[in-house]
Ligand binder design. Structure first.
Ligand SMILES: [Zn+2]
Length: 373
């Protein structure tokens, strides 16, 4: 979104939203301490409305519906906490870390492509795609470097754009050198610009760590880190969406191994986090739904590196052994491609109905037979 002066207004509004959030958390805690039960939502909302009229008139800059949205988010958090879905209940948040406010039916008005009125002021924004369906909520978000984003969530959006069936399937193995290795033999490397930015990020983080707490230069360094961070995140997200769309357009069935990220981190170090495998899986899952594809995740305890995918013979595969040379049938194959085949097979076992084979797999089967002869 553009217009620095007006953006300051949004910035302040988000600050106020964080104040309301924190005030609500405090009220909720006090109520619990006194009465040993949860503060009913309607009472909290009524109380906040009163505070808005009397003690904190500046809260009015956040529309009444946004206040409601804040409390609703809080109660969702508490609910999830009591159900055991999340580890910690919603808690106080630093103003700096508070990112957004949400408007429901009122407080905004669409003024045509890339233009919107929010809380009485007009804004222009880069609209990435047409808004389809009925707008249910509008969320204004700021990132640490004070860039502002606007997100619409809509009802009545056609949920899938079913891609035509291709009859192709693949297993995919995550790796450090190649982000993904497919059972078809293709390898997808992490994008180069990402590597360069990650180097920048490390440097900025080192600089930050040397700055004195509370100093102005530390503040600047923190902003630097945040800037590179958001650049890295943007490049990665963009790239991951593209890959996910491409893969799920090509393959009807795609099988991944669910990752034991902790173990991988121990094995490979911090780079694992940089690559964002888990984020990619989330995106791929979303894309599969959208395109009407099957995405199967197999158990991480399923052995995928040690057995030969052709004859099932198992052998020890130390990490530095990049080629799988089967002692059973003589199959010679890239370690990761063999693993990807095993991943695909494991996925198929979970989908007994699916027997289609990729053309490349079929050719591999022929070579196997010639081995046997
Ligand atoms: Zn073999």
């Amino acid at each position: 979104m553009f217009g620095s002066k007006r953006l300051r207004h949004l910035d302040r509004t988000i600050d106020v939203a964080s104040e309301i959030w924190n005030h609500s958390v405090a009220l909720h805690r006090r109520y619990y301490r006194l009465f040993k039960k949860t503060l009913p939502k309607s009472r909290l909302q009524a109380h906040l409305a009163k505070l808005r009229r009397t003690r904190f008139p500046h809260w009015k800059s956040v529309g009444s519906q946004s206040v409601q949205a804040i409390t609703e988010r809080l109660y969702l958090g508490w609910e999830a906490f009591f159900k055991g879905d999340i580890k910690r209940p919603p808690t106080f948040r630093k103003r700096r870390k508070y990112r957004s406010f949400t408007l429901k039916q009122s407080g905004y008005k669409l003024l045509g492509y890339g233009r919107i009125k929010v809380l009485g002021r007009n804004y222009r924004f880069n609209q990435s795609r047409p808004i389809i369906g009925i707008v249910k909520t509008v969320t204004v978000r700021r990132d640490p470097i004070k860039d502002f984003y606007i997100t619409f969530s809509c009802d009545g959006v056609p949920s899938t754009e079913q891609a035509p069936k291709t009859g192709l399937t693949a297993g995919a193995d995550f790796g450090l050198k190649d982000f993904l290795t497919l059972s078809t033999g293709e390898k997808i490397a992490a994008p180069q610009p990402l590597k360069a930015e990650l180097r920048h990020l490390r440097k900025a983080q080192r600089v930050l760590s040397r700055k004195q707490k509370g100093s102005n230069s530390r503040k600047r360094a923190r902003l630097d880190v945040a800037r590179v961070h958001s650049k890295v995140a943007n490049i990665r997200n963009d790239w991951q969406w593209k890959q996910a769309r491409m893969l799920l357009t090509i393959f009807d069935l795609l099988v991944f191994e669910t990752l034991n990220l902790k173990a991988m981190q121990q094995l490979w170090g911090r780079k694992v986090g940089d690559l964002g495998f888990a984020d990619f899986l989330t995106k791929a899952g979303w894309m599969a739904k959208k395109l009407g594809r099957d995405l199967v995740k197999i158990d991480r305890w399923e052995p995928t590196t040690t057995p030969c995918h052709l004859c099932g013979h198992r052998q020890h595969m130390p990490l530095n052994m990049r080629t799988f040379v089967c002692d059973g049938c003589g199959n010679v194959e890239c370690r990761d491609v063999n693993a990807a085949h095993n991943i695909l097979e494991a996925g198929r076992r979970l989908r007994p109905g699916d027997t289609s084979k990729t053309s490349q797999e079929a050719s591999v089967v022929v070579t196997a037979e010639s081995h046997a002869l």
